[in-house]
Design a protein around this ligand. Structure first.
Ligand code: KG4
Ligand code: ZN
Length: 333
C-alpha cells in the first residue's frame, strides 16, 4: 500500500510517500515569508502553498523513487487549520486523486500528530498517552488504538508553541519562536526569572499559557533595549523552563490518575532539546517511558498524515469529491 500524504494546514507545504507504514520520502517546504511579521499571515501562507505544492509533491514522489501511477491512495489534512491553507492541499489532492483514479482519504491534522511516533517501526506500544504540543494545540490524549482516541486535557487559551512564538516576538527574535528561544537560551540561567504554573478551575489538567506570556511582558516592560540584550539569554532560558514546567506539571497530574506508562510527546515543541533532556529525568522519577519522534516527524509533515490513513485501514474508493475543509474542529473538554 503506497500512500501519498499531504499537509498544508499552516505554514508548511508538506508531502510524503509511505509504503506499508515505512517512509520512502518526506519533503517539507517551510515558509519563511512570515518571519518579519512574527506569526503566520494566512493569505500569504495560502499563496505560498499554491506556489510550492506542485513541486513539493513531485519531489516527494521522485525521492521515493516511484512513479505517480504507483500511488494507491492520497491522504490529505482537511481539519483543523487555516481555511485558505487547508483548501490548497485538499483541492490539489482531490484533483490528483481523480486524475490517478485512487481513493482520497481525509485526515485530521491532530490525529496525524498523534500517529507521528508510529511512522517507520512503531516506536511505542498502544495504549499510550500522547502530549501534543504544537503552535496551535496543547493537549493530552489517550490513544487506545488507531482511530480510538480520548482527549483528557487541552489549553484554555494559547498553545505552548504559540507562547514560544509570542515570547520571541516580544524579545525581537523573529518567527518561529521555539527554535530561536532554544538557541538563545543555551548559556542562560533558567532560574534567573521565575514563571509560575497556572491553576485551572474546572479541569486542573487543562493548560494555560496566556499568563506566562503576560509575565514575560511585565518582566521586560521597564527594561531598555540594552538591558534586554544583556538579559536575553537568561530571559530565554527562564521562559523556556517556565513553559516546560507547565507541560511536566500537567503530565504528572495525568500520570497519577492513570495506569498507562507509555507516553508519546509530539508536535513542533517536542523538537526542543531541553524538553528532551528534562524528559529523561522525568521518565526515571515517575517510572514512565517517554517517546519523542524524529525531529522531521515532530513539526508538520505529510508522513504523519499518510501514517494515520494507513493505520485506519479503511482505504476504499468512496467518492470524496465533495469533501470540505473544517478549519475549527469541535473539541470540548
Ligand atoms: O507542529 P507544528 O510544526 O505546527 C502546528 O501544528 O502548529 O509546530 C510549530 C510550533 C511553533 O510554535 C514553533 O515555535 C514550535 O512548534 N517549535 C518549537 C521548537 N521547534 C518548533 N518550540 C520549542 N522548541 C523548538 N525547538
Ligand atoms: Zn501541527
Amino acid at each position: 500500500m503506497v500512500i501519498l500524504g499531504i499537509d498544508t494546514s499552516c505554514d508548511e507545504t508538506a508531502a510524503s510517500v509511505l509504503e506499508n507504514g515505512k517512509i520512502l520520502s518526506n519533503i517539507v517546504y517551510s515558509q519563511s515569508i512570515h518571519k518579519e511579521f512574527g506569526g503566520v499571515v494566512p493569505n500569504l501562507a495560502s499563496k505560498d502553498h499554491e506556489k510550492h505544492i506542485y513541486n513539493t509533491i513531485i519531489k516527494a514522489v521522485e525521492s521515493a523513487s516511484i512513479s505517480l501511477k504507483q500511488i494507491d491512495a492520497i491522504a490529505v489534512t482537511f481539519s483543523p487549520g487555516l481555511i485558505s491553507c487547508l483548501l490548497v492541499g485538499l483541492n490539489f489532492a482531490k484533483g490528483l486523486s481523480i486524475g490517478l483514479n485512487v481513493p482520497l482519504i481525509p485526515v485530521n491534522h491532530l490525529e496525524g500528530h498523534l500517529c507521528s511516533n508510529l511512522i517507520d517501526n512503531y516506536k511505542i506500544d498502544m495504549p499510550y498517552l500522547c502530549l501534543l504540543v504544537s503552535g496551535g494545540h496543547t493537549q493530552i490524549w489517550i490513544v487506545n488504538s488507531a482511530g480510538d482516541y480520548k482527549i483528557l486535557s487541552t489549553t484554555v487559551d494559547d498553545a505552548a508553541g504559540e507562547a514560544f512564538d509570542k515570547g520571541a516576538k516580544m524579545l525581537g527574535l523573529g518567527y518561529p519562536g521555539g527554535p530561536v528561544i532554544e538557541k538563545n537560551a543555551i548559556n542562560g540561567d533558567e532560574n534567573k526569572y521565575t514563571f509560575s504554573i497556572p491553576k485551572i478551575k474546572n479541569n486542573p489538567v487543562n493548560f494555560s499559557f496566556s499568563g506566562i506570556k503576560t509575565s514575560l511582558y511585565y518582566k521586560i516592560k521597564n527594561m531598555n533595549q540594552s538591558e534586554i540584550e544583556t538579559e536575553k539569554k537568561h530571559l530565554c532560558a527562564s521562559f523556556q523552563e517556565g513553559i516546560l514546567n507547565i507541560l511536566f506539571d500537567r503530565l504528572k497530574m495525568v500520570i497519577k490518575g492513570n495506569d498507562i506508562r507509555n507516553i508519546s510527546i509530539v508536535g513542533g515543541v517536542s523538537c526542543n532539546k531541553r524538553f528532551r533532556l528534562l524528559s529523561e529525568k522525568f521518565s526515571k522519577n515517575y517510572n514512565v517511558n517517554l517517546h519523542f519522534p524524529e525531529n522531521q516527524f515532530c513539526t508538520d509533515n505529510g508522513a504523519m498524515i499518510a501514517m494515520s490513513a494507513y493505520l485506519k485501514n479503511n482505504i476504499n474508493s468512496r467518492d470524496n469529491s465533495s469533501l470540505k475543509v473544517v478549519p475549527i474542529p469541535n473539541v470540548k473538554i
